[in-house]
Design a protein around this ligand. Sequence first.
Ligand code: SAH
Length: 391
Amino acid sequence: MRRIYLKKGREAPILRGHPWIFSGAIEKAEGELEAAGVADIFDAQKNWIARGFANVKSQIRVRVLTWKNEPIDGDFFSRRLDRALSLREKHLSDTTNAYRLINGEGDFLPGLIVDRYNDFLVCQFFTAGMESFKGDIVGALGDLVPATGIFERSEGKVRNEEGLEPAAGVLFGEAPPDTISITENGFKFLVDVRGGQKTGFFLDQRDNRAFLSTLARGQTLLNCFSYSGAFSVYGFGGGAKSIVTLDSSRPALELAEQNLALNGFEAVDGELLKGDAFAYLKECKSNFDVIVLDPPSLAHRRSDVSAATGAYKFLNLHALRHLSPGGVLLTFSCSQHLAADLFQKVVFGAAVDAGRKVSIVKKLGQSIDHPVSLHHPEGEYLKGLALRVLD
Ligand code: SAH
């Protein structure tokens, strides 16, 4: 067993429930440290305080799994998965069969993401510790959810930092088809879990799409950074008069076209545009009643934040200029490093420069299946504002 002793006084955040221990907090470590795996954490007085996954390759040396002296085994994962599933089952409508089943730290399983798309599950193992329990986790998932297949799509920055290569493939049952059909609040979408963005669909925006549909009746909409066109589908579902759906990616627009058709909106007044949202917003000559701005993360690292604020300001300034009097802007940032208060300040600067008077109608965030641990505010990455311009 690996044993990690913290420096004097460095146990406080862990005892309060934060799951991350950085290298600077560690006094000494004992045991098989070369291989990542389960470690016991002790304070400077050698009192046991927690148990988690340790990896010397990562700056985040330990991700805590439990503050109770319980074994980390298949039963442990079954209990945590069961807890997570019951939250989703209680709260999601029966017209939704796609959701995030495990949201890492938010479900007290740091390093693990599991998304359900109809009868398939897609897993992402981000840490070497979680990866070493892959068999137990897949077994527990298979027992809990009647899945036709479980697919892995593990990639990204955290995995690199853990010293792991990307991994993709079938972990259990059947291979997923090229596109899986899902239903979200009664709307139908196609999801490509192999080649699509993230694990195939932006599940975190579900509630915000539903909110948009309540604003859409009779309105003209612009959906920037549309990806699967999901906001446009909800917009037409809510009775929008016309929608411009804009993305820089050709495959994304083709997917959006398929999704609009699948929901019976191919004949309505819509336009699918391939282009750069920054250039479009600057040069566009039309105004819209409702605009959605959902860019990809513009700050991947803390050091990107200052440059990213400039890009967010540009987008929001030009979007606000193109709103009809009384129009609504749904604006988002999914950059974990950009705090909600800074995002609001950036949007305020954009409103001042656009010369518009703006009120916040609603503050928006990630859907219920993306819970954030109160002890790990870093998990709150998606923030949004629904704004209304006066005139
Ligand atoms: N709103 C979407 C998710 C958006 S993801 C949903 O609800 O599912 C971000 C999208 O922005 C991606 O599809 C990507 O292709 C697109 N994108 C990235 N840079 C862009 C740019 N400069 N202009 C337009 N689209 C861009």
